[in-house]
Write a protein that binds this ligand. Structure first.
Ligand SMILES: [Zn+2]
Length: 292
């Protein structure tokens, strides 16, 4: 989960993108890295997250095919390469309202991580429009677009993005449907900040009367979801956090906590023994944070 424009291995021929209508003017593009959210109308296209660099051609071609208007705005939810890898190419393929490439927006934390990273990032990939206040907003295609900073959650530069008119909330990686919460400690992420962010999103999302639908939520990875599943995710993190806190109070070491399998009831849904984010890593991050 390091900063980089290609932190996941993926060959160009593996890229298969799928466009799904979510609600109102908002669509999701799955595949090729993290989920991309599209908001499209008369003025142009808003692109939230630009996937892996290797998926840029396919993403640009898909937008060209389905939307008859230029890419005007790009938003980065956070710094990881599977969410911002296409920044340079996608912005160059677009045109801002006043000319030049499409404008890239993010929290200032994304910019700081990129300019201090050990890899060199091409200038066109950098978010030129950053904010350091708790939120920023602009109007596009007749609806308000809100970027709301979530301090020290998945990273230290996370924005959730709310399309108020279409009633769709973009979570970035502060909600990954099939994994335990991914806390990138090296980029300033914390479990308590992540939990706060989940609660902040719950405060924005309003379900329909039968507790399904209403505000739709687009996670960083996985399918389109809603408040009901976000509640379950928040409850899961809260419960595991409290179990580990209790184990620390009883004097258990990290190895003893791991051996106690305190996550076993959730492991079939969220757990993993392999890959870049294992159940043990998740437990370790919580243990370390609570032990400080
Ligand atoms: Zn991420």
């Amino acid at each position: 989960m390091s900063v980089g424009l290609g932190s996941y291995e993926l060959q160009a021929q593996d890229v298969e993108l799928e466009l799904l209508h979510v609600q109102g003017q908002v669509y999701m593009v799955a595949g090729g890295g993290g989920n991309t959210t599209i908001m499209a109308g008369d003025e142009g296209v808003v692109v939230v997250d630009t996937k892996l660099e290797q998926a840029s051609d396919e993403l640009i071609a898909l937008l060209d095919e389905h939307f008859d208007v230029p890419i005007r705005w790009i938003i980065n939810t956070h710094v990881h390469g599977d969410h911002i890898g296409g920044n340079a190419r996608v912005s160059q393929a677009g045109e801002f309202l006043t000319g030049g490439p499409a404008a890239i927006y993010s929290h200032i934390g994304v910019m700081v991580s990129l300019v201090t990273a050990e890899i060199s990032v091409e200038p066109d990939a950098l978010p030129g429009n950053t904010y350091s206040l708790p939120s920023m907003e602009f109007y596009a295609n007749g609806e308000a677009v809100q970027l709301i900073h979530q301090p020290a959650a998945h990273t230290d530069g996370d924005s959730i993005v709310f399309f108020r008119g279409s009633n769709v909330l973009v979570a970035g990686d502060i909600f990954t449907l099939n994994n335990y919460p991914i806390i990138d400690v090296n980029n300033g992420g914390t479990v308590s900040g992540y939990l706060d962010a989940l609660n902040n999103m719950l405060a924005i999302a309003i379900p329909n009367r039968i507790q399904q639908g209403g505000t739709y939520i687009i996670p960083g990875h996985g399918r389109i979801t809603d408040e009901y599943e976000l509640v379950n995710y928040r409850d899961m993190l809260t419960i595991i956090y409290e179990r580990i806190e209790d184990a620390i109070d009883r004097g258990l070491s990290l190895d003893e906590v791991k051996a106690a399998r305190l996550t076993r009831d959730y492991d079939p849904v969220y757990g993993s023994d392999t890959g870049f984010w294992t159940t043990e890593q998740f437990i370790e991050v919580i243990y370390n944070e609570l032990s400080e």
